[in-house]
Each structure stands twice: as C-alpha cells, then as structure tokens.
Write a protein that binds this ligand. Structure first.
Ligand code: FPP
Length: 239
C-alpha cells in the first residue's frame, strides 16, 4: 500500500474505539479479551495510517470516566496498556511513530507513567506519524486545566485577559501544537462524543461505523477515508 497522491488524505484522524465489551459478549469472551483484541486492531490501524500518509492519529484508549468501571476491568486495561507500550515501543520507533499521551497523567499508576515517558523520549524526533493516545483523558478536564493555567498567568500579570485568543487557548490544551482532527471515526454504532476533544472537533467531519472495534479492519478504515474524501468541508463559510 502506498500513499496515493491523487487522494486527499486527512492530515489528522481521531478515533473512538468503541464496542470491545459488546464484541466480547457476542463471542462469549471476557470483556478483557475484547480489549485485548481491540488493542491488536489499534496496532494495525497505526501502521495503516502511517502507510497512507496520515500525519496524526489520536486514539481514545481510556477515558476519565473509565476509572469508574469494575476495578478488575480497570486493572486489566492498565496491564494491557503496559504490555502494549512495552512490546510496541521498538517497533513504533522503527516505523517512525512519535508517541504522545494526552490526559490526566497524574492519575496513572507510576509504572505506566514511567513507561509512557520512556517511549515518548525514545520516539520524540520521529516524523512519519504522531500517535496521540488519550489515556485518562476527558475533554472537560482538559479545558478546565487550560483555564486554570491561563488564570494563573493573568493573576501573575503575565497575560492580559483581552489578549486571550483562540490560539493562546489552544496552546494550553494537552493537544498544543497538533492540528485539529479532520475526521472523527466512532465504531459500534453509538453516536456520541463521550467527552472527547470537544474544542478540537469544532469543524471535524464525523463518521459513525456500525461495527464493533475488534471487527474494524484496515479496509473499513480506508472506506471511511473514501467517504471523507467525498465530503465537502466548508468550515462555516458559504458554498
Ligand atoms: C470501548 O469499549 C473501549 C474502551 C473502553 C477503551 C479502548 C481500549 C482498547 C481498544 C484497548 C486498549 C488500547 C490500547 C491501544 C492498548 P467498551 O468497553 O466501552 O465496549 P462496550 O461499549 O461494548 O461495553
């Protein structure tokens, strides 16, 4: 598969990988088996996205709300994340993947946080694709965090409130420096934003796929890209 210059490839794709639990139930497997299969699909989509010339891919791996799930599922997901980072770090590096984690890092167990920092450091100069993994991520928390940091600068008289622009606000989000997503994909048939990138998705094309995440293939991914290519984006301007 090569990057086809005739196709308008989105620069940034964000994905809500939904439906692991329902897929597992359908197969009479544990929820954790569903997440495990989901992590394998995530791995394949990273490689496909890189080959297609997509520059940024953002995956919702664990939301702020997911901490409230059954403790066994939470610890299983954390273990899975740990294994994923450990086993894929070198391979990511070889493929030119730059890893960046967005979310409330301070809530992550120390072992995972250390690992995240190691992989970020290892891959920080890679240029093929930036993989943003949203872990312990919630968009409202991200926005509040930005407001607090801006508030501190105003209090310390380092910033005049009248000079707060959209650009300055964006510079204080976890996603600072990353362009907004062109395309959002959510699998499993649900049609919700689930506290994901609420600021960043203002003009993003939304695409809902009627398949559980573990059944999502690279071919499905490419189909979503073709649908995206056939849409006309106007960013609020007239036709
Ligand atoms: C939604 O399925 C998915 C998640 C809660 C997290 C997504 C996690 C993975 C794909 C695995 C870990 C990822 C990596 C990259 C290591 P759900 O449990 O909400 O499914 P349901 O709605 O059918 O119950």
């Amino acid at each position: 598969m090569t990057n086809n210059p005739l196709l308008k490839v989105p620069q940034h794709v964000a994905i809500i990988m939904d439906g692991n639990g329902r897929w597992a139930r359908q197969q009479s497997l544990s929820r954790l088996e569903g997440h495990k299969r989901g992590s394998e699909v995530a791995r394949e989509i990273v490689t496909t996205a890189a080959r297609l010339g997509i520059s940024y891919l953002t995956l919702y791996a664990f939301s702020s709300e997911n901490w409230r799930r059954d403790p066994n599922e939470v610890s299983g997901l954390m273990t899975l994340l740990k294994h994923y980072l450990e086993s894929e770090a070198e391979e990511f590096h070889k493929e030119g993947v730059k890893l960046k984690v967005i979310g409330q890092r301070e809530l992550l167990p120390n072992t995972i946080l250390t690992l995240v920092e190691e992989v970020e450091e290892l891959t920080k100069t890679n240029k093929t694709i930036t993989l943003q993994m949203a872990i312990s991520y919630g968009s409202r928390a991200e926005i509040l965090h930005a407001v607090q940091k801006i508030g501190q600068k105003v209090r310390d008289r380092r910033l005049d409130p009248e000079n707060i622009t959209e650009q300055i606000f964006e510079d204080h989000l976890y996603t600072a420096g990353i362009p907004d997503p062109d395309l959002l994909i959510r699998t499993s048939g649900e049609q919700r934003m689930s506290n994901y990138l609420l600021w960043q998705l203002a003009y993003t094309e939304l695409l809902f796929v009627d398949k559980f995440w573990p059944d999502f293939t690279s071919e499905d991914f490419m189909e979503t890209l073709i649908t995206y290519q056939n849409r006309e984006r106007r960013f609020g301007t007239a036709a």
